[in-house]
Design a protein around this ligand. Sequence first.
Ligand code: NCD
Ligand code: ZN
Length: 345
Amino acid sequence: MTQTLTLRRPDDWHLHLRDGAMMEGVLPSSAAHFARAIIMPNLVPPVVTGDDAAAYRDRILAALPEGADFEPLMTLYLTETTDPDDVRSAAACGLVKAVKLYPAGATTNSASGVRDFDKVRGVLEAMAEIGLPLCVHGEVTRPEIDIFDREAVFIDEVLDPLRRATPGLRVVMEHITTSDAAEYAAGAGDDLGATITVQHLMLDRNDMLVGGIRPHYYCLPILKRGTHRARLVEAATSGDPRYFIGTDSAPHVTDTKEAACGCAGCFTAPVALSCLAEVFDEVDALDKMEGFTSLHGPAFYGLEPNETMITLERGEPVHPPSQLETGAGPVTVFDPNRALHWRVR
Ligand code: NCD
Ligand code: ZN
């Protein structure tokens, strides 16, 4: 007997599509399963103004495969010189759905990020006023802070003071990786959401480092110890509306990851839903999956859930393709190194 799972069509609340030939190569993987996605603005140069976002959106729409039904939800990259009025008008016309905060130097293409939070106060106040969410890459970048502690320190030193100083600001804690972040989210009000990636639900740092270093598991924030992973699974499968999927699917050509100094990012888009179904199935919480993939995110962003449905079915373990060929070069598809029984029909 085939077991099936029918859900409202999911959305991806954190996605890197890149640009040009790479975007053309990876976009079909997201558009096949997800109806909408929050598109990360960390291009080189970054998507900073409303005009940048409109032009990027048009390039994405032009690259969509024939007949695809996919809506890119655009974001602006917050810099110390971002103009609050530009943010207001990009939000008012519906173009931009969030602003992204990267602490300077925290991750891939984040050099133009924020160093001095006083300089972005005006933008944050405007966003609180109009209800535009701030998506936060929550890691401090001070060199003396251990990479495994960067998220927990960020919550205490930056996130909590920032939220207290800007009442009403809607914040998404992006790609949370620790029980510290899950606890903080659980104790917050409905002005806070948190996304969780596939890899942080399936893997811990041992998977990345024991028996050899596995560069395709290297992403930022970095994988943490297993107890954190367990707490994230508990949060994602709890039915709590604060948590929703943000794959953080982040393609890099294979050569740049299998290198002496490899890039951070896991390309999960093609297998994200198969992986999630496996995670929810394992803890007997398939009934909670639709909330995480398809309902909680739209509710946080003030959007309707999708009308259309998708069906996953459980069968013999599937082996996803190991590489996706793109015009920019081959990209290695995330492989959690365990059987995946679920696939999108
Ligand atoms: C992302 C990328 O490659 O753009 N990498 C990653 O490891 N997640 C950047 C990011 O979201 O931190
Ligand atoms: Zn990301």
